[in-house]
Design a protein around this ligand. Structure first.
Ligand SMILES: Cc1ncc(COP(=O)(O)O)c(C=O)c1O
Length: 435
Protein backbone atom coordinates (compact mmCIF):
# COMPACT_ATOMS: atom_id res chain seq x y z
CA UNK A 1 0.00 0.00 0.00
CA UNK A 2 1.21 3.49 -0.88
CA UNK A 3 0.39 5.08 2.46
CA UNK A 4 1.37 2.28 4.81
CA UNK A 5 1.77 4.64 7.78
CA UNK A 6 -2.03 5.05 7.91
CA UNK A 7 -3.72 1.91 9.27
CA UNK A 8 -6.98 1.04 10.99
CA UNK A 9 -6.42 -0.62 14.35
CA UNK A 10 -9.57 -1.87 16.10
CA UNK A 11 -11.68 0.31 13.83
CA UNK A 12 -9.77 3.54 14.45
CA UNK A 13 -7.39 5.20 12.01
CA UNK A 14 -3.82 5.45 13.27
CA UNK A 15 -0.88 7.32 11.81
CA UNK A 16 2.39 5.55 12.61
CA UNK A 17 0.64 3.89 15.56
CA UNK A 18 -0.99 7.05 16.92
CA UNK A 19 -4.80 7.39 16.86
CA UNK A 20 -5.59 10.37 14.65
CA UNK A 21 -8.37 11.26 17.11
CA UNK A 22 -5.60 12.05 19.66
CA UNK A 23 -4.11 14.52 17.19
CA UNK A 24 -7.55 16.04 16.49
CA UNK A 25 -8.15 16.42 20.22
CA UNK A 26 -4.93 18.35 20.66
CA UNK A 27 -4.82 20.38 17.46
CA UNK A 28 -8.40 20.45 16.19
CA UNK A 29 -9.61 20.10 12.63
CA UNK A 30 -9.06 20.63 9.76
CA UNK A 31 -5.50 19.43 10.23
CA UNK A 32 -2.83 18.01 7.93
CA UNK A 33 -1.25 14.89 9.45
CA UNK A 34 1.94 13.50 7.92
CA UNK A 35 3.40 10.05 8.47
CA UNK A 36 7.17 10.36 8.84
CA UNK A 37 7.63 6.63 8.18
CA UNK A 38 5.68 6.81 4.91
CA UNK A 39 7.59 9.88 3.76
CA UNK A 40 10.98 8.31 4.45
CA UNK A 41 9.99 4.91 3.03
CA UNK A 42 8.80 6.46 -0.19
CA UNK A 43 11.86 8.66 -0.51
CA UNK A 44 14.14 5.68 0.03
CA UNK A 45 12.31 3.31 -2.30
CA UNK A 46 12.43 6.01 -4.99
CA UNK A 47 16.13 6.53 -4.42
CA UNK A 48 16.82 2.77 -4.41
CA UNK A 49 15.03 2.26 -7.71
CA UNK A 50 17.42 4.70 -9.42
CA UNK A 51 20.50 3.90 -7.32
CA UNK A 52 22.39 2.47 -10.31
CA UNK A 53 22.46 5.99 -11.74
CA UNK A 54 23.46 7.68 -8.47
CA UNK A 55 21.02 10.56 -8.99
CA UNK A 56 20.79 13.87 -7.19
CA UNK A 57 17.23 13.79 -5.90
CA UNK A 58 15.81 17.30 -5.80
CA UNK A 59 12.55 17.13 -3.86
CA UNK A 60 9.95 19.42 -5.38
CA UNK A 61 9.30 22.09 -2.77
CA UNK A 62 6.02 23.17 -4.38
CA UNK A 63 4.48 19.83 -3.41
CA UNK A 64 5.14 20.10 0.34
CA UNK A 65 7.10 23.03 1.69
CA UNK A 66 6.95 22.87 5.48
CA UNK A 67 10.34 23.84 6.95
CA UNK A 68 10.63 20.80 9.24
CA UNK A 69 9.88 18.47 6.35
CA UNK A 70 12.43 20.19 4.11
CA UNK A 71 14.95 19.79 6.91
CA UNK A 72 14.14 16.10 7.19
CA UNK A 73 14.59 15.69 3.45
CA UNK A 74 17.86 17.62 3.51
CA UNK A 75 19.13 15.25 6.21
CA UNK A 76 18.41 12.42 3.79
CA UNK A 77 21.04 13.96 1.55
CA UNK A 78 18.58 15.28 -1.00
CA UNK A 79 18.47 18.58 -2.81
CA UNK A 80 15.47 20.64 -3.84
CA UNK A 81 13.58 21.71 -6.94
CA UNK A 82 12.39 25.30 -6.54
CA UNK A 83 10.46 27.74 -8.70
CA UNK A 84 10.75 31.04 -6.87
CA UNK A 85 12.86 33.19 -4.58
CA UNK A 86 10.34 32.39 -1.85
CA UNK A 87 10.97 28.67 -2.20
CA UNK A 88 14.73 29.26 -2.12
CA UNK A 89 14.25 31.26 1.08
CA UNK A 90 12.36 28.30 2.56
CA UNK A 91 15.15 25.90 1.61
CA UNK A 92 17.73 28.19 3.21
CA UNK A 93 15.66 28.64 6.37
CA UNK A 94 15.30 24.87 6.63
CA UNK A 95 19.10 24.50 6.43
CA UNK A 96 18.89 22.94 2.96
CA UNK A 97 21.84 23.07 0.60
CA UNK A 98 21.55 25.65 -2.19
CA UNK A 99 24.39 23.77 -3.88
CA UNK A 100 21.93 20.89 -4.35
CA UNK A 101 19.04 23.08 -5.41
CA UNK A 102 17.79 23.52 -8.97
CA UNK A 103 15.74 26.54 -9.99
CA UNK A 104 13.02 26.17 -12.65
CA UNK A 105 10.08 28.42 -13.58
CA UNK A 106 9.18 30.52 -16.62
CA UNK A 107 9.14 33.90 -14.87
CA UNK A 108 12.27 34.28 -12.81
CA UNK A 109 12.84 37.96 -12.04
CA UNK A 110 16.22 39.69 -11.92
CA UNK A 111 15.86 39.93 -8.14
CA UNK A 112 15.21 36.19 -7.82
CA UNK A 113 18.08 35.35 -10.15
CA UNK A 114 20.49 37.51 -8.13
CA UNK A 115 19.27 35.91 -4.90
CA UNK A 116 19.92 32.46 -6.37
CA UNK A 117 23.32 33.53 -7.71
CA UNK A 118 24.32 34.89 -4.33
CA UNK A 119 23.56 31.50 -2.79
CA UNK A 120 25.14 29.60 -5.66
CA UNK A 121 22.27 27.27 -6.53
CA UNK A 122 23.32 24.08 -8.26
CA UNK A 123 21.66 24.92 -11.56
CA UNK A 124 19.15 27.25 -13.20
CA UNK A 125 16.68 25.39 -15.41
CA UNK A 126 16.32 28.06 -18.08
CA UNK A 127 12.95 28.39 -19.80
CA UNK A 128 13.44 31.16 -22.40
CA UNK A 129 16.04 33.11 -24.35
CA UNK A 130 15.06 36.23 -22.45
CA UNK A 131 15.72 34.47 -19.14
CA UNK A 132 19.12 33.19 -20.29
CA UNK A 133 20.16 36.74 -21.20
CA UNK A 134 18.90 38.06 -17.88
CA UNK A 135 20.90 35.40 -16.02
CA UNK A 136 24.01 36.34 -18.06
CA UNK A 137 23.45 40.01 -17.26
CA UNK A 138 22.91 39.31 -13.53
CA UNK A 139 25.97 37.06 -13.39
CA UNK A 140 28.13 39.72 -15.04
CA UNK A 141 26.80 42.41 -12.72
CA UNK A 142 27.33 40.43 -9.54
CA UNK A 143 30.56 38.68 -10.52
CA UNK A 144 29.00 35.23 -10.04
CA UNK A 145 28.94 32.26 -12.35
CA UNK A 146 25.64 30.59 -13.21
CA UNK A 147 25.49 26.90 -14.02
CA UNK A 148 22.54 26.43 -16.35
CA UNK A 149 20.46 23.68 -17.89
CA UNK A 150 18.20 24.40 -20.81
CA UNK A 151 14.67 23.18 -20.14
CA UNK A 152 13.79 21.62 -23.45
CA UNK A 153 10.15 21.30 -24.42
CA UNK A 154 10.17 17.93 -26.19
CA UNK A 155 6.53 18.13 -27.34
CA UNK A 156 5.54 14.90 -25.62
CA UNK A 157 2.04 14.28 -24.33
CA UNK A 158 2.22 13.05 -20.72
CA UNK A 159 -1.44 11.99 -20.98
CA UNK A 160 -2.36 13.68 -17.73
CA UNK A 161 -4.79 16.50 -16.84
CA UNK A 162 -4.63 19.36 -19.35
CA UNK A 163 -3.84 21.81 -16.55
CA UNK A 164 -0.82 19.78 -15.39
CA UNK A 165 0.64 18.90 -18.79
CA UNK A 166 3.87 20.82 -19.29
CA UNK A 167 5.86 19.16 -22.08
CA UNK A 168 3.71 19.85 -25.14
CA UNK A 169 4.68 22.54 -27.61
CA UNK A 170 1.62 24.66 -26.81
CA UNK A 171 2.56 24.80 -23.10
CA UNK A 172 4.42 27.79 -21.68
CA UNK A 173 7.25 25.65 -20.31
CA UNK A 174 10.70 25.05 -21.73
CA UNK A 175 12.24 25.93 -25.08
CA UNK A 176 11.64 24.18 -28.40
CA UNK A 177 14.70 22.28 -29.68
CA UNK A 178 15.46 24.61 -32.63
CA UNK A 179 15.46 27.75 -30.48
CA UNK A 180 17.32 25.88 -27.74
CA UNK A 181 20.09 24.93 -30.18
CA UNK A 182 20.74 28.56 -31.14
CA UNK A 183 20.54 29.62 -27.49
CA UNK A 184 22.97 26.92 -26.41
CA UNK A 185 25.49 28.23 -28.97
CA UNK A 186 24.91 31.79 -27.76
CA UNK A 187 25.94 30.80 -24.21
CA UNK A 188 29.52 30.61 -25.49
CA UNK A 189 29.54 34.39 -25.57
CA UNK A 190 28.04 34.71 -22.09
CA UNK A 191 31.04 34.81 -19.72
CA UNK A 192 29.11 34.25 -16.48
CA UNK A 193 27.08 31.33 -17.85
CA UNK A 194 28.18 27.70 -18.01
CA UNK A 195 25.88 25.41 -19.93
CA UNK A 196 26.02 22.10 -18.09
CA UNK A 197 22.67 20.40 -18.43
CA UNK A 198 19.40 19.68 -20.15
CA UNK A 199 16.13 19.55 -18.28
CA UNK A 200 12.63 18.30 -19.00
CA UNK A 201 9.48 18.05 -16.90
CA UNK A 202 6.53 16.61 -18.76
CA UNK A 203 3.67 17.04 -16.30
CA UNK A 204 2.12 15.36 -13.32
CA UNK A 205 1.04 12.75 -12.39
CA UNK A 206 2.23 10.50 -15.23
CA UNK A 207 0.80 6.97 -15.08
CA UNK A 208 2.83 5.59 -17.96
CA UNK A 209 6.55 5.18 -18.58
CA UNK A 210 6.32 5.90 -22.31
CA UNK A 211 6.26 9.72 -22.08
CA UNK A 212 9.54 9.58 -20.11
CA UNK A 213 11.06 7.25 -22.70
CA UNK A 214 9.92 9.48 -25.58
CA UNK A 215 10.97 12.70 -23.89
CA UNK A 216 14.34 11.37 -22.82
CA UNK A 217 15.10 10.06 -26.30
CA UNK A 218 14.40 13.51 -27.73
CA UNK A 219 16.58 15.16 -25.10
CA UNK A 220 19.43 12.77 -25.82
CA UNK A 221 19.13 13.38 -29.55
CA UNK A 222 19.40 17.07 -28.75
CA UNK A 223 22.40 16.45 -26.48
CA UNK A 224 24.16 14.76 -29.41
CA UNK A 225 23.42 17.74 -31.64
CA UNK A 226 25.02 20.03 -29.08
CA UNK A 227 28.04 17.77 -28.76
CA UNK A 228 28.41 17.90 -32.52
CA UNK A 229 28.83 21.65 -32.02
CA UNK A 230 31.36 21.13 -29.24
CA UNK A 231 28.93 21.87 -26.41
CA UNK A 232 29.34 19.16 -23.79
CA UNK A 233 26.38 18.41 -21.54
CA UNK A 234 27.21 16.55 -18.33
CA UNK A 235 23.83 16.58 -16.55
CA UNK A 236 20.37 15.35 -17.50
CA UNK A 237 17.45 16.40 -15.32
CA UNK A 238 14.29 14.48 -16.16
CA UNK A 239 12.01 16.34 -13.76
CA UNK A 240 9.16 14.97 -11.65
CA UNK A 241 5.68 13.65 -12.32
CA UNK A 242 6.11 10.11 -10.90
CA UNK A 243 2.69 8.88 -9.96
CA UNK A 244 1.14 7.37 -6.86
CA UNK A 245 -2.28 5.86 -6.37
CA UNK A 246 -5.18 8.13 -5.46
CA UNK A 247 -7.58 5.15 -5.44
CA UNK A 248 -5.64 2.36 -3.75
CA UNK A 249 -5.33 0.50 -7.05
CA UNK A 250 -1.84 -0.52 -8.05
CA UNK A 251 0.00 1.97 -10.26
CA UNK A 252 3.58 2.17 -11.58
CA UNK A 253 6.34 1.88 -9.01
CA UNK A 254 9.60 3.86 -9.07
CA UNK A 255 11.26 0.63 -10.23
CA UNK A 256 8.96 0.56 -13.29
CA UNK A 257 10.15 4.04 -14.29
CA UNK A 258 13.77 3.13 -13.59
CA UNK A 259 13.51 -0.08 -15.63
CA UNK A 260 11.97 1.74 -18.59
CA UNK A 261 14.43 4.63 -18.78
CA UNK A 262 17.48 3.05 -17.14
CA UNK A 263 19.06 1.69 -20.33
CA UNK A 264 18.64 5.06 -22.09
CA UNK A 265 20.18 6.85 -19.12
CA UNK A 266 23.13 4.46 -18.98
CA UNK A 267 23.83 5.00 -22.66
CA UNK A 268 23.62 8.78 -22.23
CA UNK A 269 26.39 8.68 -19.65
CA UNK A 270 25.54 11.91 -17.83
CA UNK A 271 24.86 12.87 -14.21
CA UNK A 272 21.20 12.43 -13.36
CA UNK A 273 18.83 14.76 -11.52
CA UNK A 274 15.29 13.71 -10.53
CA UNK A 275 12.63 16.06 -9.15
CA UNK A 276 9.94 13.94 -7.44
CA UNK A 277 7.30 15.67 -5.34
CA UNK A 278 3.87 14.03 -5.37
CA UNK A 279 5.14 10.45 -5.40
CA UNK A 280 6.86 10.99 -2.06
CA UNK A 281 4.64 13.56 -0.40
CA UNK A 282 1.04 12.83 -1.43
CA UNK A 283 0.51 9.46 0.30
CA UNK A 284 2.46 10.69 3.33
CA UNK A 285 -0.31 13.05 4.41
CA UNK A 286 -4.01 13.16 5.16
CA UNK A 287 -6.27 16.11 5.76
CA UNK A 288 -8.34 15.30 8.82
CA UNK A 289 -11.69 17.04 8.87
CA UNK A 290 -14.86 17.02 10.98
CA UNK A 291 -18.48 16.84 9.93
CA UNK A 292 -20.16 20.11 10.85
CA UNK A 293 -23.63 19.46 9.47
CA UNK A 294 -25.44 16.95 7.32
CA UNK A 295 -28.35 17.98 5.16
CA UNK A 296 -30.73 16.45 2.71
CA UNK A 297 -32.56 18.33 -0.02
CA UNK A 298 -36.22 17.82 -0.81
CA UNK A 299 -35.18 15.68 -3.75
CA UNK A 300 -33.21 13.36 -1.48
CA UNK A 301 -29.67 14.56 -2.25
CA UNK A 302 -27.42 14.34 0.79
CA UNK A 303 -24.59 16.71 1.69
CA UNK A 304 -21.93 16.15 4.32
CA UNK A 305 -20.64 19.60 5.25
CA UNK A 306 -17.15 19.39 6.72
CA UNK A 307 -14.75 21.92 8.23
CA UNK A 308 -12.12 21.49 5.49
CA UNK A 309 -12.69 23.24 2.20
CA UNK A 310 -11.21 24.17 -1.17
CA UNK A 311 -8.99 26.69 0.60
CA UNK A 312 -7.27 23.73 2.35
CA UNK A 313 -7.28 21.27 -0.54
CA UNK A 314 -7.77 22.93 -3.91
CA UNK A 315 -7.12 19.90 -6.13
CA UNK A 316 -10.73 18.65 -6.38
CA UNK A 317 -11.92 22.13 -7.34
CA UNK A 318 -9.02 22.96 -9.66
CA UNK A 319 -8.52 19.65 -11.43
CA UNK A 320 -11.64 17.62 -10.54
CA UNK A 321 -9.09 15.52 -8.66
CA UNK A 322 -10.19 12.40 -6.82
CA UNK A 323 -9.16 11.83 -3.19
CA UNK A 324 -10.30 8.86 -1.11
CA UNK A 325 -12.33 9.93 1.91
CA UNK A 326 -13.35 7.66 4.78
CA UNK A 327 -14.43 8.03 8.43
CA UNK A 328 -11.54 7.91 10.89
CA UNK A 329 -13.64 5.67 13.11
CA UNK A 330 -14.91 2.73 11.14
CA UNK A 331 -15.44 -0.72 12.70
CA UNK A 332 -14.95 -2.34 9.29
CA UNK A 333 -11.84 -0.33 8.38
CA UNK A 334 -11.70 1.12 4.89
CA UNK A 335 -12.15 -0.47 1.46
CA UNK A 336 -8.77 -1.28 -0.07
CA UNK A 337 -9.73 0.49 -3.28
CA UNK A 338 -12.09 3.42 -3.61
CA UNK A 339 -12.40 4.68 -7.13
CA UNK A 340 -14.61 7.06 -9.06
CA UNK A 341 -16.18 4.14 -10.94
CA UNK A 342 -17.34 2.81 -7.59
CA UNK A 343 -16.73 -0.85 -8.26
CA UNK A 344 -17.39 -3.97 -6.20
CA UNK A 345 -15.01 -2.89 -3.47
CA UNK A 346 -17.82 -1.29 -1.52
CA UNK A 347 -19.85 -4.52 -1.41
CA UNK A 348 -19.10 -5.26 2.22
CA UNK A 349 -19.63 -1.71 3.41
CA UNK A 350 -22.93 -0.17 4.35
CA UNK A 351 -22.92 3.15 2.52
CA UNK A 352 -25.06 5.92 1.08
CA UNK A 353 -24.37 8.39 -1.72
CA UNK A 354 -23.37 11.87 -0.60
CA UNK A 355 -21.47 14.98 -1.67
CA UNK A 356 -18.73 15.98 0.78
CA UNK A 357 -18.54 19.76 0.69
CA UNK A 358 -16.73 22.54 2.53
CA UNK A 359 -18.13 25.78 3.97
CA UNK A 360 -16.73 28.05 1.21
CA UNK A 361 -19.31 29.98 -0.78
CA UNK A 362 -18.63 28.31 -4.12
CA UNK A 363 -20.50 25.36 -5.60
CA UNK A 364 -17.03 24.21 -6.70
CA UNK A 365 -16.09 23.72 -3.04
CA UNK A 366 -16.80 20.03 -3.27
CA UNK A 367 -14.25 17.54 -1.92
CA UNK A 368 -16.11 14.46 -3.17
CA UNK A 369 -19.10 14.25 -5.48
CA UNK A 370 -21.69 11.50 -5.41
CA UNK A 371 -19.47 9.40 -3.16
CA UNK A 372 -20.44 6.25 -1.27
CA UNK A 373 -19.76 6.73 2.46
CA UNK A 374 -21.06 5.17 5.66
CA UNK A 375 -23.83 7.20 7.33
CA UNK A 376 -22.28 10.22 9.04
CA UNK A 377 -23.39 12.58 11.75
CA UNK A 378 -22.21 15.92 13.14
CA UNK A 379 -18.86 15.56 14.87
CA UNK A 380 -17.67 12.51 12.89
CA UNK A 381 -14.07 12.73 11.69
CA UNK A 382 -13.19 12.03 8.05
CA UNK A 383 -9.76 11.48 6.53
CA UNK A 384 -9.04 12.88 3.11
CA UNK A 385 -6.19 10.75 1.79
CA UNK A 386 -3.14 11.62 -0.30
CA UNK A 387 -3.32 15.26 0.73
CA UNK A 388 0.40 15.47 1.56
CA UNK A 389 1.30 16.96 -1.82
CA UNK A 390 -0.26 20.12 -3.23
CA UNK A 391 -2.45 20.36 -0.12
CA UNK A 392 -1.09 22.93 2.31
CA UNK A 393 1.14 24.49 -0.39
CA UNK A 394 -1.91 25.39 -2.51
CA UNK A 395 -4.03 26.56 0.39
CA UNK A 396 -5.34 30.09 0.81
CA UNK A 397 -7.34 32.28 3.16
CA UNK A 398 -10.31 32.55 0.82
CA UNK A 399 -13.56 33.26 2.65
CA UNK A 400 -11.59 34.49 5.68
CA UNK A 401 -10.46 30.98 6.57
CA UNK A 402 -7.24 30.57 8.56
CA UNK A 403 -4.87 27.90 7.19
CA UNK A 404 -4.90 24.50 8.88
CA UNK A 405 -2.07 23.33 11.14
CA UNK A 406 0.41 20.61 10.11
CA UNK A 407 1.43 17.75 12.38
CA UNK A 408 3.95 14.98 11.77
CA UNK A 409 4.63 11.78 13.67
CA UNK A 410 8.01 11.38 15.29
CA UNK A 411 8.90 8.14 17.03
CA UNK A 412 5.85 7.15 19.07
CA UNK A 413 4.65 10.71 19.29
CA UNK A 414 3.55 13.63 17.11
CA UNK A 415 4.75 17.20 16.74
CA UNK A 416 3.15 20.38 15.49
CA UNK A 417 5.17 21.73 12.56
CA UNK A 418 2.94 24.65 11.65
CA UNK A 419 0.33 26.30 13.81
CA UNK A 420 -3.26 26.88 12.87
CA UNK A 421 -3.50 30.47 11.67
CA UNK A 422 -5.43 32.89 13.86
CA UNK A 423 -7.85 35.63 12.80
CA UNK A 424 -5.02 38.04 13.59
CA UNK A 425 -2.79 36.23 11.07
CA UNK A 426 -5.47 36.85 8.46
CA UNK A 427 -4.94 40.61 8.58
CA UNK A 428 -1.20 40.64 9.35
CA UNK A 429 0.56 42.87 6.84
CA UNK A 430 -2.49 44.95 6.04
CA UNK A 431 -2.53 48.69 6.79
CA UNK A 432 -5.81 50.18 8.01
CA UNK A 433 -5.82 53.54 6.24
CA UNK A 434 -8.52 56.12 5.67
CA UNK A 435 -8.79 56.25 1.89
C1 LIG B 1 9.86 21.60 -12.85
C2 LIG B 1 9.11 20.68 -11.98
N1 LIG B 1 9.75 19.64 -11.42
C3 LIG B 1 9.12 18.78 -10.60
C4 LIG B 1 7.80 18.92 -10.31
C5 LIG B 1 7.16 17.94 -9.36
O1 LIG B 1 6.16 17.19 -9.93
P1 LIG B 1 5.57 15.98 -9.09
O2 LIG B 1 5.10 16.50 -7.80
O3 LIG B 1 4.46 15.45 -9.90
O4 LIG B 1 6.66 14.98 -8.95
C6 LIG B 1 7.07 19.96 -10.88
C7 LIG B 1 5.62 20.10 -10.62
O5 LIG B 1 4.93 20.92 -11.11
C8 LIG B 1 7.74 20.87 -11.73
O6 LIG B 1 7.11 21.91 -12.28
Amino acid sequence: MDNSGFQYIDGHLHCDGIPVTDIAEEHGTPCFIYSKSTLLNRLNSFRNAFSKHDPLICFSVKSLANLSILRLIDKEDCGFDIVSGGELYRVLQAGGAPGKTVFAGVGKTEEEIKFALKHQVHMFNVESESEMRLIAHAAAETGHTAAVAIRVNPDVDARTHEKTTTGKKENKFGIDPETALELAKETRSMPGVILKGLHMHLGSPIYDTQPYVDGLKKIIEFKKLLEHDGLIIDTLNIGGGYCMSYTGREVLSPQDYADAIGPILTEAGADLILEPGRHIAAPSGILLTKTIHTKETGSGKKFIIVDAAMNNLLRPTLYDAFHRIWPADSPTGMPEVIDPEDSDNMRNFDTERVDVVGPVCESGDCLAKDRRLPALKTGDLLSIYDAGAYGQTMSSNYNGRPKAPEVITNGGSFVLISKRESYKDLIAGEELTCI
